[in-house]
Design a protein around this ligand. Structure first.
Ligand code: FUC
Length: 799
């Protein structure tokens, strides 16, 4: 009775949540990934880090920001592949190279004398990290480390009889996965979710006849694990490799089971259930990792994992279920996007992906991929936790591709592009914790490598405070990574207008500015300030003597990011009412920066000289960063530069650009800013037809989650941009999306926007002002400008 009452109360309170949101349950597009086949759990994982297991790419991801699960839904032998966000091998290391600084002025002189080959050679020798760096992307056994799988929960039903009626789904509206099938005339179901409020994974197994559920379950991982049972918990524990020949991080995972009317037995390596009516599995995990320089160890992982599992075990299933849904929907329900008038989904998701390769026309898949990016961000990046890495929080390997780290020359930034515009601002916060943790080690790197003040990082970082350049200067001399990370401070503030956040991050921003003020030098030819020696992320040029080089002075990418940093700093000082000599110095330096240049064929230059690219279709659109995600170039304020950016973009694509998932996803965003709806749509088609797995995970290949996040951001940018001190409605609506509606998208200045369109024309726009700021909004050639009051709604183009 007590259980029933609490269930009723929760049901009612949950309905209240539904109806108190700004849209009713009926209006919310119900979206699911669903399948008629399981993923096969019996096929062993491929050990090659650069090749994904096809079955893993069919499994369905769940996550509460730190605990991750991939649900196979295999009938007789279920596999739940497990993750915990801090499962990192490696350990803190000294990587700064004292040989760097003495060579800097010599390299600069060589570059100013146009001796690019000699400069690149000297850079390759001196401007690299000490020791192994990332281990060439295979860092598991060196101090850099790798993000690793936590292991597997196996549920062996010891049954090989036929089954039918198979169905498997991941419901994006409540973040619950379900499996159902019929075997021996019994209908079985499984329901699984990972809860943020209760910090636990819960799996409920039911059947419609009594005493039908029997299985043995185990926990394992590919290496470094032991198991035991203690206090009715099956426990897996171990220590990871510190990369220096010893043990590093410690981890633990706990499993506990409730069963109704059956028998339960414990061995040292398994829990056995016999003839139960209903079974609920609870799983928790933790490590002793703490994001805190310099040791990064100190979380009380034993007690945390124990308290979480025992607390969850005491609660009714319904209570846990509704706690989870309430928490998840608080974020997810903020945005609704509908192109199909809630058309019923009759095509399994894997088939949709397959069909798209041929017909390139599936509006339901567009809705799905858009909301899936939001789902994945809510599931992999929660306040107080680590940010989403190259694979979010999901890997099935010990050596994850590129170590599953934080790449800072596009990838981790792209992960957060959808955060503000799709109304998930809180999910952005873990990135700022990571940024703050890099300031002290980054200051040491700035001192040792460049004798400069402030902090700097290069194209990669991990959970151990890695800030040195990479082990190879061709890609490792990316010094504007910290400027790029700091651009997120400006973005978060411009959407939220949260002054406390800005105050907290001000020292980080200022210290970054200090670095670049020291780093920039005067170009003797032009008198402008340029950054260097530096690369343009991973691209090479042909020097006048015919050699292939990467290193130059003042590549456009660096110049644009430093401009953006200075711009944000000046803006921040205005907001915080700070005026002093330092601010004036930054203003003067910003004016003296070498700005974007247009080449003889009308393209925006990637380097400060008009070099020929070695790879004209390179996947990095580094010199277009001023167009997106930056704001230095725009159609309305700098039309000539926007035209040049468009030409560069076309040239990249004509030569094969956009060939990785994230690269194609970036194209959607860039074309949205250029208001080129059909090209934006074509880029989205490339993502969906070439870089999307059956479980909708993005593909580099291998799997990389940035493509998912970049795609969600791109779709949002096609519907709304707010980059130019004005909101643009439907800037890049393709003709294929003729009718539709969206609600809850966010715009800079603290606005929330709802829109409806019919036959390609806007028919309804509502703007909610969250901060009472002045609002300027455009639709095609109509403009509306008005003052606003906090909390009020405005209907600019409704005649
Ligand atoms: C960047 C890209 C690669 C890859 C790696 C993880 O360096 O150039 O394509 O995505 O990150």
């Amino acid at each position: 009775m007590k259980n029933f009452l609490s269930f009723l109360i929760l049901l009612l309170s949950n309905s209240f949540i539904f109806f108190s949101c700004n849209q009713s349950d009926e209006e919310i597009t119900q979206l699911k990934l669903w399948y008629k086949e399981p993923a096969n759990a019996r096929i062993p994982d491929n050990e090659n880090p650069w090749i994904d297991d096809p079955e893993w790419l069919k499994a369905l991801p769940l996550g509460n920001g730190s605990l991750g699960a991939m649900v196979y839904g295999d009938v007789n032998f279920e596999r739940i592949q497990l993750n915990e966000e801090s499962m990192w091998s490696g350990s803190p290391d000294e990587n700064n190279n004292p040989e760097s600084f003495p060579a800097i002025s010599k390299i600069r002189k060589l570059l100013f004398d146009e001796k690019y080959r000699e400069a690149s050679e000297l850079t390759a020798k001196t401007q690299i990290c000490k020791s192994y760096g990332s281990g060439n992307g295979n860092g598991t056994n060196v101090p850099y480390g790798s993000f690793q799988t936590l292991g597997n929960l196996w549920i062996n039903f010891s049954n090989n009889t036929e089954y039918g009626n198979y169905y498997r789904e991941l419901n994006l509206n409540n973040a619950v996965a379900k499996v159902s099938y019929t075997q021996n005339r019994v209908n079985f179901t499984r329901e699984i979710f990972t809860s943020f409020p209760d910090q636990v994974m819960v799996l409920k197994l039911t059947s419609d006849k009594p005493k039908q559920i029997s299985f043995e379950c185990k926990l394992d991982r590919p290496e470094r694990f032991s198991t035991k049972t203690e206090n009715n918990q099956l426990i897996m524990f171990g220590e990871l490799n510190d990369g220096k020949g010893g043990n590093g991080l410690k981890y633990i995972s706990r499993l506990k089971i409730k069963n109704v009317n059956g028998k339960i037995n414990y061995t040292d390596s398994s829990i056995v259930i016999e003839n139960s009516d209903e079974v609920i599995l609870f799983l928790t995990a933790s490590t002793n990792y703490l994001l805190k320089y310099p040791n990064y160890i100190g979380r009380d992982y034993i007690n945390i994992s124990n308290t979480n599992i025992e607390n969850a075990f005491k609660k009714d299933y319904e209570e846990l279920y509704y706690n989870h849904i309430r928490d998840y929907q608080k974020y997810y329900n903020r945005v609704n996007f509908n192109l199909t008038n809630n058309e019923k989904d009759t095509i399994p998701t894997d088939l949709r992906v397959q069909n798209f390769k041929e017909n390139k026309n599936d509006l339901k898949l567009v809705e799905l991929i858009f909301q899936y990016g939001r789902y994945l961000l809510i599931s992999s990046s929660r306040p107080g936790k680590l940010p989403a890495n190259l694979q979010g929080i999901w890997t099935n390997k010990i050596q994850t591709p590129w170590n599953g780290d934080y790449h800072t020359n596009i990838n981790v930034q792209m992960n957060y592009w959808p955060a503000e515009i799709t109304n998930l601002s809180e999910m952005h916060l873990p990135l700022f914790n990571l940024i703050e943790s890099l300031v002290i080690p980054g200051k040491q790197t700035a001192k040792v490598h460049y004798n400069a003040n402030g902090w700097v990082i290069h194209p990669i970082t991990n959970v151990w405070g890695y800030t040195a350049p990479g082990e190879n200067s061709s890609w490792g001399m990316h010094l504007s990574a910290s400027a790029w990370l700091c651009s997120h401070i400006g973005e978060h503030y411009k959407f939220t207008l949260d002054k406390n956040f800005l105050k907290e991050m001000f020292p980080v921003l200022k210290s970054s500015v200090e670095f670049y003020l020291d780093w920039l030098v005067e170009d003797p030819k032009s008198g402008k300030l340029v950054s260097g020696p530096a690369g343009s992320p991973e691209n090479s040029f042909i020097a006048p003597d015919g050699s292939k080089c990467q290193i130059s002075m003042g590549p456009a990418h660096d110049q644009q990011l430093i401009w953006n940093l200075f711009n944000n700093f000046i803006f921040t000082c205005k907001e915080l009412k700070i005026s002093n000599e330092f601010v004036e110095k930054v203003k003067i330096s910003q004016e003296r920066l070498q700005g974007p240049k247009i080449g003889s064929d009308g393209r925006l230059l990637e380097w400060n000289e008009e070099f020929q690219e070695v790879e004209p279709g390179h996947r990095h659109m580094s010199h277009l960063i001023a167009l997106h995600p930056g704001s230095q170039i725009s159609l309305s304020k700098t039309p000539e530069l926007a035209k040049a950016a468009k030409k560069s973009l076309q040239y990249r694509i004509d030569n094969g650009g956009g060939h990785t998932g994230w690269s194609a996803a970036w194209l959607i965003n860039l074309y949205a800013r250029l208001q080129e709806s059909e090209n934006a749509k074509k880029s989205l088609d490339v993502v969906l037809s070439k870089s999307t797995s059956p479980n909708l995970f993005g593909q580099h290949p291998p799997f990389q989650m940035d493509a998912n996040f970049g795609t969600t951001s791109g779709i949002a940018e096609m519907l709304l941009t707010s980059n130019d001190d004005e909101i643009q409605l439907l800037p890049a609506l393709p003709k294929e999306w003729n009718n539709g509606k969206v609600s809850g998208l966010c715009a800079k200045g603290g606005f929330e926007v709802d829109m409806k369109w019919k036959n390609g024309e806007l028919i309804y726009a509502k703007i909610i002002s969250k901060n009472g700021k002045f609002c300027k909004v455009k639709y095609k050639n109509k403009v509306a400008s008005f003052n606003t009051e906090i909390g009020d709604e405005y209907y600019p183009f409704n005649d």
